[in-house]
Design a binder for this molecule. Sequence first.
Ligand code: GSH
Length: 216
Amino acid sequence: MSLVLHGAILSPFVRKARVSLIEKGIPYEHVQVVPFPPANNAPEFRRMSPLGKIPALSDGDFGISDSSVICAYLERSHPEPALYPADPKQYARALWLEEFADSKMVEAIGPIFFQRVVRAKFFKQQPDEAEVRKGIDALPAVFDYLEGQAGDDWLVGGRFSIADVAVGTVLAQLGHAGEAVDAARWPKLAAYAERVLSRPSFKSCIAEERQALAAV
Ligand SMILES: N[C@@H](CCC(=O)N[C@@H](CS)C(=O)NCC(=O)O)C(=O)O
């Protein structure tokens, strides 16, 4: 097996790469790397990921980092099934939603997850409730925007795409952080969350992550 994904399975960005690999049916090996020193400072990891961030992917002696770059690489190396729309405008919209998920969604949900899961469970420290509150207060604006994007199926062009992979992975993170989309206020987004997280790719990742969390 030449493809190796390096990272920790509870990272939304690692899940994004894993879901892409699974959706494309690409066999890969997973190597656990936590995003903290000394693990992410190891020279062999830094060669793939100069910023020390997870995920990184190696394909033989080729190594690259960043979930967006990894997903784009997988699309070129394994074009079927396509995760990027062929139509230029749909392609641009899918990339935009990927960017929205990676930046704005993670900005809101990341701190809630960090405090309640990483800090509380892994570091055995009290969560900083002010940080949790900041994240929770940022959620409505994110959900309002996504409510306007969610329809009856997938986010772009009626086909599952990188936009769904990217938005779905952050919605999964929200679940691990003990929050959910309120269906009374954001009905389309809540139904979408249910739909995207029911895909076998997401389901298998989330089941493994829940097992890992239960073991902490
Ligand atoms: N843009 C990157 C972000 C990756 C990222 O921020 N990963 C976090 C873990 S979820 C990390 O490695 N943080 C460690 C650090 O920033 O040093 C991607 O899409 O892969």
